[in-house]
Design a protein around this ligand. Structure first.
Ligand code: HEM
Length: 188
């Protein structure tokens, strides 16, 4: 997986926890290279899993919740790193619809050895289903990314993760207008 995802993970740990925690994670996860990742380099995704595991041990938080938080944070980092990919978008639905056909395609032009996940979007009226599939187990990161973009565009949509999706290599997210609370019955 591209070094940018690892380098940003280290950066996220430094910011969300502390530089000392990031150092401890790198030591504890026994990754080669002391946590130095170049953006264009390619590294085994197991190193990212090892870092998340070490952070879970140190922080007491579950790996799934950490990976989700990292994805949420990464959503805004991608805007700083690849601003041209966000030009012209004013809503989350249109942006998410274009991830597979546009943004991840641009990623593979920038980094020809990238193997981006599949992000299939089906729009049905006002509802959107975003399906993630990958040979890598990063469904929780995908969840955070989807939530991050929904919050960024401020459409007020809710994201419901399908609990039936099989394992960390696949996930399905229902993105929709929040259902209104049912109004109380008028009192007699
Ligand atoms: C403009 C926005 C985006 C950019 C620039 C971007 C960029 C990237 C890059 C550079 C990678 C590494 C690929 C590799 O090493 O093979 C990646 C992987 C990934 N992307 Fe995106 N991405 C974007 C949007 C999204 C969105 C909206 C989602 C979720 C729906 C998503 C889900 C993922 C996941 C989960 C991975 C980790 C690798 C895997 O699971 O196979 N990305 N992305």
């Amino acid at each position: 997986m591209k070094g940018v995802i690892f380098a940003e993970m280290v950066r996220w740990i430094e910011q969300a926890f502390s530089p000392a925690v990031a150092d401890a994670v790198i030591t504890r996860s026994r990754i080669p290279g002391d946590g130095v990742y170049t953006t264009v380099g390619n590294y085994p995704h197991e190193e990212a899993l090892a870092m998340m595991g070490a952070l879970a041990d140190l922080s007491g938080e579950a790996v799934s919740s950490l990976a989700d938080s990292y994805g949420y944070w990464l959503a805004s980092r991608f805007m700083e790193l690849y601003p041209e990919m966000f030009e012209g978008y004013t809503d989350a639905v249109t942006f998410l619809r274009d991830v597979d056909g546009q943004h991840h395609r641009e990623v593979t032009k920038l980094y020809p050895d990238a193997r981006t996940p599949s992000i299939v979007v089906i729009i049905d009226g006002e509802e959107l289903t975003v399906s993630y599939g990958s040979h890598r187990p990063f469904a929780d990161v995908a969840y955070g990314l989807v939530r991050g973009y929904i919050d960024y565009y401020g459409d007020g949509l809710e994201v419901i993760r399908d609990p039936g999706a099989p394992g960390p290599h696949a996930a399905r997210f229902l993105v929709r207008v929040p259902s209104r609370p049912t109004s109380p019955l008028p009192a007699d």
